[in-house]
Design a protein around this ligand. Structure first.
Ligand code: NAI
Length: 421
């Protein structure tokens, strides 16, 4: 099929690479001229494992356009951003602009797929917008569940494919199944709004699991219990499951914070009090300060102390720093007078007056304390005896409960985790 993707970000580019791999011809459109110029040169503007390789392997089927919508496409995807506005509501202006750009060109033979995470009712509104223009457009709500850092794998092997359709729209389901032929996953077919709600509910639930274990970590800390044992002990219960039970400095990224807040706002609009979402957000909003207090107690004071912060990205295997708790941590330590030196294998610190080391050694050398803020594999695999030699101090703070505690202690370093007794 011939596909047009509007919005060449993390979701748009991953979708493009995977659809090209499945044999489709894909035209990516973005309003960011530099991004399109880079893509045309063969440079992938984001770091996502396996993405650059797929782009190279299937370059004959991938095309990039600045603003110019590919009007002959069979299927048009909208993958533009939906960030939170100043009140925490989803800003759908990028989606609205993409729809306005499409309006003069789109025809009834085409299928319009909304992949961006949009507030409940948006897909219906889009359908009605075209209807008012005299066009009965096949609108499909097909939310995305990929995780940055494993986006290609998640798109090739998704747990499920959610398709939201209008009641009388049988054609669009077969189009989507043909488009995704080669990807084996159960289909959940629901209404347009049902698909929108599934996306928000999934992210809210995952964020809630993280906030739950973070609350347990605070309790474990108070009672001298190891939250890692607790997470294992509850996670092996099939009804609970082991995922998203790693206590740490809180969730971040471009999705969880904004999607939890968005769902909360949508609940208020309907006069439904979202007690659970409020608690999830409150725990996350207070987790970092709770941990910074603990760091302060551990180090006595922070003023002029050289602190190596390992990790800037909001999670490993990505260069994305949107809403990254690591960045918030760096800012807080800096505000406490610490001499912070940050490191990340891929992410770059912007607009923060803090030094970023080029190598891990440079970050660790002479550090009074070392804090792991993002659980990249290379931090987990450090040689702790060597780290001890390099540092001036002896405190290793594991903000993600991801480091080998025994090995660190055996190297003569003090280990401080999150809720580890
Ligand atoms: P992004 O910010 O990485 O990319 C969005 C792209 O759209 C940018 O390159 C921007 O220049 C472009 N754009 C905006 N308006 C445009 C327009 N009118 N015409 C052409 N291009 C336009 O966003 P990301 O992270 O890919 O997210 C996209 C959507 O997918 C959001 O709704 C997000 O919530 C959702 N999502 C994101 C996931 C993630 O892990 N990043 C996972 C699942 C869903």
């Amino acid at each position: 099929m011939n596909v047009c993707i509007i919005g060449a970000g993390y979701v748009g580019l991953t979708t493009a690479a995977v659809l090209a791999k499945l044999g489709h011809t894909v035209h990516c459109v973005d309003e960011n001229e530099q991004k399109i110029a880079a893509l045309k040169r063969g440079d992938v503007p984001i770091y996502e494992p396996g993405l650059a390789e797929l782009f190279t392997d299937h370059q004959s089927r991938l095309f990039f356009h600045h603003k110019q919508i590919h009007v002959e496409a069979d299927v048009i995807f909208i993958c533009v951003g939906t960030p939170a506005d100043s009140k925490g509501k989803p800003d759908v202006s990028y989606v609205n602009r993409a729809i306005a750009d499409l309006t003069p060109h789109i025809n009834e033979k085409q299928t319009l797929v909304i992949k961006s995470t949009v507030p409940i009712g948006t897909n219906e509104r889009i359908y009605n917008h075209f209807k008012n223009e005299g066009k009965h457009i096949h609108v499909v709500s097909n939310p995305e569940f990929l995780r940055e850092g494993s986006a290609i794998f998640d798109s090739l092997y998704p747990d499920r494919i959610v398709i939201g359709l209008r009641e009388d729209d049988d054609r669009s389901l077969s189009i989507m199944q043909a488009l995704y032929a080669g990807i084996h996953a159960p289909y959940i077919v629901t209404s347009l709004s049902g698909a929108e709600m599934i996306k928000y509910a999934a992210n809210a639930f995952l964020a809630t699991k993280i906030s739950f274990i973070n609350e347990m970590a605070r309790l474990c800390e108070a009672y001298g219990v190891d939250v890692v044992d607790v997470a294992k002990g509850i996670g092996l219960d099939g009804r609970i499951g082991p995922h998203f039970l790693q206590a740490g400095i809180g969730y971040g990224g471009s999705c969880f914070p904004k999607d939890v807040t968005a769902l909360q706002q949508m609940a208020y609009e309907q006069n439904v009090r979202p007690y659970m979402l409020e608690a999830t957000k409150t725990i996350n909003d207070t987790q970092l300060n709770w941990y910074v207090q603990k760091i302060k107690r551990t180090l006595g004071h922070m003023s002029k102390k050289r602190i190596a912060v390992l990790g800037i990205a909001f999670k490993p295997n990505t260069d994305d720093i949107r809403e990254s708790p690591a960045v918030s941590l760096i800012k807080k330590l800096h505000a406490h007078g610490a001499n912070v030196i940050a490191h990340d294998p891929k992410a770059v610190l912007h607009n923060v007056d803090v030094k970023q080391a080029n190598t891990l050694e440079e970050a660790i050398a002479q550090a009074d304390a070392l804090i792991v803020a993002t659980d990249w594999d290379e931090y987990k695999q450090l040689n702790w005896a060597y780290v001890k030699q390099m540092m001036s101090g002896n405190v290793v703070i594991d903000g993600r409960n991801c480091l080998p505690r025994e090995a660190i202690m055996n190297a003569g370093l003090n280990y401080v985790g999150v809720g580890r007794g």
